[in-house]
Ligand binder design. Structure first.
Ligand SMILES: Nc1nc2c(ncn2[C@@H]2O[C@H](COP(=O)(O)OP(=O)(O)O)[C@@H](O)[C@H]2O)c(=O)[nH]1
Ligand SMILES: [Mg+2]
Length: 360
């Protein structure tokens, strides 16, 4: 899973990025010229993987991972100024989901240059910029199509695409994101290459000051009517992620009413709201967690492990992590009749342990 961190300037994107990744990317209240994004891959701390590893004693244990990409900030008018083009934004376009960080803290310098914090307003500005960026892409494409049609390149595909793009433009024109437009599988294929932004799922991180953390019900509710939202105490959690001493960290977290690390909270939240699930492969060689979308089938799960497994799929042998923990061993799971053989179309459940039988 790849998550693009976006937001207005000085909302604390890099601070949140550091809190999530434990990195030390530069944060500042002043405008910075730096444009290249910060990138980090972090492990999804999943207790189940640790337990499986303890049981199978494999040579390798591999956790699922999430990639975070942190960008230069947006401002109102960003789309028109071409902020969404260029190499850095190319990475945002590859993201599976966008995490919008909004400022819920005062800072003298930032308040003076960017105004008092207005988290709900910031969410609206970001949403509007994503829509505007997509309008620009769509209109360019429409011009291109008109140009081709004029030059006599009329094909049924091109005419169909023209209709589709016109539909997109109408939808965007009403200030709706593309993710709320019903599109057929074919439509989705047609537009996949354009890398629209407003098709991506968005969730919001309310970046609160130490003082306001946990006391932002009104704002959380306002934003929560439109987006999944989670609250962080950005600066505080960035400092936490740097503490070497676990015990010390626990004390600070308890004090602040923070139950889990920023990373664990965000990845859990992202999995849930974006509809991702984990399945596991186990053995002497390797215990590994894999990420798929909720609703994906056994053959699709096989394909995430290796394309050969999907191509030559025969059947999937499946049992659940919970059963394994309850019965204590694979054999006991079998004896209890909880070991299953499933076909291609079986919908994988979170926590399934899967062994794919295949032949190519
Ligand atoms: N008080 C407070 N300041 C923060 C918080 N998060 C970020 N800041 C400060 O806001 C400024 C901008 O943060 P930065 O992460 O660089 O913002 P970015 O431009 O969105 O990447 C820095 O001076 C941070 O120290 C927070 O949660 N509380
Ligand atoms: Mg930054």
């Amino acid at each position: 899973m790849n998550i693009g961190i976006i937001g207005l300037q000085k909302s604390g994107k890099t601070t949140i990025f550091n809190a999530l990744t434990g990195q030390g990317a530069e944060v500042s209240e002043y405008a910075s010229q730096r444009v290249e994004p910060n990138l980090a891959v972090v492990e999804v701390q999943d207790q189940r993987v640790a337990s499986l590893s303890a049981m199978y004693q494999p040579r390798k244990t591999i956790y699922a991972s999430v990639e975070f990409v942190d960008f230069a900030g947006l401002s109102a008018g960003a789309a028109e100024h071409g902020v969404f083009s260029g190499a850095a934004m190319q990475l945002v376009k590859n993201a599976d989901a966008l995490c919008a960080v909004v400022r819920n803290f005062h800072d003298q310098v930032i308040d003076e240059t960017h105004g008092a914090p207005d988290p709900a307003g910031a969410v609206e500005t970001i949403a509007a910029e994503l829509i505007l960026a997509d309008q620009i892409i769509a209109e360019r494409r429409l011009e291109r199509i008109a140009h081709d049609l004029q030059r006599g390149k009329k094909t049924p595909q091109l005419s169909a695409e023209q209709k589709l793009i016109e539909r997109l433009i109408a939808h965007l024109g009403e200030e709706h994101p593309l993710r709320s437009l019903e599109l057929s599988v074919d439509d989705r294929k047609t537009i996949a290459g354009f890398q629209f932004l407003s098709v991506k799922p968005v969730f919001v991180v309310l970046n609160s000051s130490e003082d306001s953390y946990g006391k932002s019900d009104a704002v959380m509710d306002a934003i929560g009517q439109h987006y999944p939202v989670v609250e962080f105490a950005g600066s505080f959690e960035m400092e936490l992620s740097r503490l070497e001493d676990d015990g010390e960290r626990q004390v600070f977290m308890l004090d602040m009413g923070i139950a889990e690390s920023a990373r664990t909270r965000l990845t859990t939240f992202a999995y849930r709201t974006l509809g991702y699930v984990s399945f596991f492969t186990v053995g002497k060689d390797e215990v590994r967690a894999w990420t798929i979308r909720d609703g994906q089938t056994a053959v699709e799960a096989a394909g995430t492990v290796h394309s050969d497994l999907a191509r030559g799929f025969i059947r999937a042998e499946v049992f659940s992590y919970d059963d394994l923990m309850q019965y204590g061993s694979e054999k006991a799971v079998r004896d209890a009749g909880r070991f299953r053989v499933e076909g291609k179309h079986y919908v994988v459940a979170d926590g399934d342990i899967i062994n794919v039988r295949f032949s190519v």
